[in-house]
Design a protein. Structure first.
Length: 156
Protein backbone atom coordinates (compact mmCIF):
# COMPACT_ATOMS: atom_id res chain seq x y z
CA UNK A 1 0.00 0.00 0.00
CA UNK A 2 2.82 2.44 0.86
CA UNK A 3 5.46 0.76 -1.29
CA UNK A 4 5.75 3.83 -3.52
CA UNK A 5 7.27 5.67 -0.54
CA UNK A 6 9.92 3.03 0.17
CA UNK A 7 13.30 3.61 -1.48
CA UNK A 8 15.46 0.45 -1.35
CA UNK A 9 19.14 1.15 -0.60
CA UNK A 10 20.09 -0.11 -4.07
CA UNK A 11 17.86 2.57 -5.63
CA UNK A 12 19.13 5.52 -3.57
CA UNK A 13 21.60 6.81 -6.19
CA UNK A 14 18.91 6.92 -8.89
CA UNK A 15 16.49 8.46 -6.40
CA UNK A 16 19.04 11.17 -5.52
CA UNK A 17 19.46 12.05 -9.21
CA UNK A 18 15.67 12.34 -9.58
CA UNK A 19 15.41 14.63 -6.55
CA UNK A 20 18.20 16.87 -7.85
CA UNK A 21 16.34 17.18 -11.14
CA UNK A 22 13.17 18.30 -9.35
CA UNK A 23 14.94 21.23 -7.67
CA UNK A 24 13.23 20.34 -4.40
CA UNK A 25 14.68 21.00 -0.96
CA UNK A 26 15.38 17.58 0.59
CA UNK A 27 15.26 17.15 4.36
CA UNK A 28 16.47 13.90 5.89
CA UNK A 29 16.38 12.41 9.34
CA UNK A 30 17.10 9.00 10.73
CA UNK A 31 16.42 6.81 13.71
CA UNK A 32 15.09 3.54 15.04
CA UNK A 33 11.49 4.72 15.53
CA UNK A 34 10.85 1.48 17.41
CA UNK A 35 7.73 2.68 19.21
CA UNK A 36 6.16 5.46 17.16
CA UNK A 37 4.85 8.10 19.57
CA UNK A 38 3.64 11.70 19.73
CA UNK A 39 7.17 13.05 20.16
CA UNK A 40 8.17 11.42 16.87
CA UNK A 41 5.10 12.83 15.10
CA UNK A 42 5.83 16.37 16.28
CA UNK A 43 9.50 16.00 15.33
CA UNK A 44 8.69 14.72 11.83
CA UNK A 45 6.14 17.49 11.29
CA UNK A 46 8.70 20.13 12.22
CA UNK A 47 11.36 18.49 10.03
CA UNK A 48 8.99 18.58 7.05
CA UNK A 49 8.47 22.34 7.42
CA UNK A 50 12.18 22.86 6.69
CA UNK A 51 11.93 21.71 3.07
CA UNK A 52 9.85 20.23 0.28
CA UNK A 53 10.49 16.52 0.75
CA UNK A 54 11.17 14.50 3.91
CA UNK A 55 13.07 11.22 3.71
CA UNK A 56 13.37 9.09 6.85
CA UNK A 57 16.35 6.76 7.14
CA UNK A 58 15.35 3.84 9.33
CA UNK A 59 17.91 1.74 11.18
CA UNK A 60 17.70 -1.91 10.16
CA UNK A 61 16.88 -4.55 12.77
CA UNK A 62 20.55 -5.55 13.05
CA UNK A 63 21.59 -1.92 13.46
CA UNK A 64 18.98 -1.30 16.18
CA UNK A 65 20.14 -4.40 18.01
CA UNK A 66 23.77 -3.22 17.94
CA UNK A 67 22.76 0.25 19.17
CA UNK A 68 20.02 -0.62 21.68
CA UNK A 69 20.76 -4.18 22.79
CA UNK A 70 19.51 -7.71 22.16
CA UNK A 71 15.89 -7.07 23.17
CA UNK A 72 15.39 -4.40 20.51
CA UNK A 73 13.82 -3.59 18.20
CA UNK A 74 10.36 -4.43 19.46
CA UNK A 75 8.98 -4.21 15.92
CA UNK A 76 10.76 -5.48 12.80
CA UNK A 77 12.03 -3.04 10.19
CA UNK A 78 9.32 -3.90 7.65
CA UNK A 79 6.64 -2.86 10.18
CA UNK A 80 8.55 0.25 11.28
CA UNK A 81 9.08 1.25 7.63
CA UNK A 82 5.37 0.79 6.86
CA UNK A 83 4.42 2.91 9.88
CA UNK A 84 6.72 5.69 8.69
CA UNK A 85 5.41 5.45 5.13
CA UNK A 86 1.83 5.62 6.42
CA UNK A 87 2.46 9.07 7.84
CA UNK A 88 1.34 11.83 5.50
CA UNK A 89 4.24 14.05 6.54
CA UNK A 90 6.84 11.46 5.42
CA UNK A 91 7.52 11.46 1.68
CA UNK A 92 10.04 8.62 1.50
CA UNK A 93 11.58 5.94 3.72
CA UNK A 94 14.76 3.94 3.34
CA UNK A 95 16.30 1.32 5.61
CA UNK A 96 20.03 1.36 6.25
CA UNK A 97 22.18 -1.36 7.81
CA UNK A 98 25.01 0.74 9.21
CA UNK A 99 24.99 2.20 12.72
CA UNK A 100 25.10 5.76 11.38
CA UNK A 101 23.33 7.26 8.34
CA UNK A 102 26.47 8.55 6.64
CA UNK A 103 26.40 6.14 3.68
CA UNK A 104 22.88 7.07 2.57
CA UNK A 105 23.51 10.76 3.26
CA UNK A 106 26.54 10.72 0.93
CA UNK A 107 24.28 9.49 -1.87
CA UNK A 108 21.41 11.89 -1.24
CA UNK A 109 23.33 15.01 -0.19
CA UNK A 110 20.29 16.59 1.49
CA UNK A 111 20.14 20.32 2.01
CA UNK A 112 19.12 19.75 5.63
CA UNK A 113 19.61 16.79 7.98
CA UNK A 114 17.82 16.86 11.33
CA UNK A 115 18.16 14.99 14.59
CA UNK A 116 16.24 15.16 17.85
CA UNK A 117 17.17 17.55 20.62
CA UNK A 118 18.77 14.73 22.59
CA UNK A 119 21.71 15.11 20.16
CA UNK A 120 22.16 18.85 20.77
CA UNK A 121 25.72 19.63 21.83
CA UNK A 122 26.89 16.08 21.12
CA UNK A 123 29.37 14.89 18.54
CA UNK A 124 27.19 13.62 15.69
CA UNK A 125 29.16 11.96 12.85
CA UNK A 126 26.83 13.11 10.10
CA UNK A 127 27.04 16.81 11.07
CA UNK A 128 30.45 17.41 9.44
CA UNK A 129 29.47 15.27 6.46
CA UNK A 130 26.30 17.23 5.69
CA UNK A 131 28.11 20.53 6.17
CA UNK A 132 30.88 19.37 3.78
CA UNK A 133 28.58 19.90 0.76
CA UNK A 134 27.00 23.06 2.14
CA UNK A 135 24.06 21.37 3.84
CA UNK A 136 22.68 22.29 7.24
CA UNK A 137 22.54 20.13 10.34
CA UNK A 138 19.73 20.95 12.78
CA UNK A 139 18.70 19.58 16.16
CA UNK A 140 14.98 19.93 16.79
CA UNK A 141 13.48 20.30 20.25
CA UNK A 142 12.16 17.24 22.02
CA UNK A 143 8.54 17.01 23.12
CA UNK A 144 8.73 16.74 26.92
CA UNK A 145 7.38 13.50 28.34
CA UNK A 146 7.72 11.47 25.14
CA UNK A 147 10.60 9.12 24.54
CA UNK A 148 10.77 5.45 23.65
CA UNK A 149 13.05 4.80 26.64
CA UNK A 150 10.53 6.37 29.02
CA UNK A 151 7.63 4.48 27.47
CA UNK A 152 9.50 1.18 27.89
CA UNK A 153 10.26 2.02 31.54
CA UNK A 154 6.57 2.67 32.20
CA UNK A 155 5.60 -0.61 30.56
CA UNK A 156 7.92 -2.53 32.88
Amino acid sequence: MFEHKWVPPAALAAFAAQILGLKKRLVTTNGCFDILHWGHIQYLQEAKTLGDLLLVGLNSDASVQRLKGPTRPLFPENIRARQMAALQVVDFVTVFTEDTPEAFLKLLKPQIHVKGGDYAGKEVPEKKLVESWGGQFRCLALVPGFSTTEILKKLK
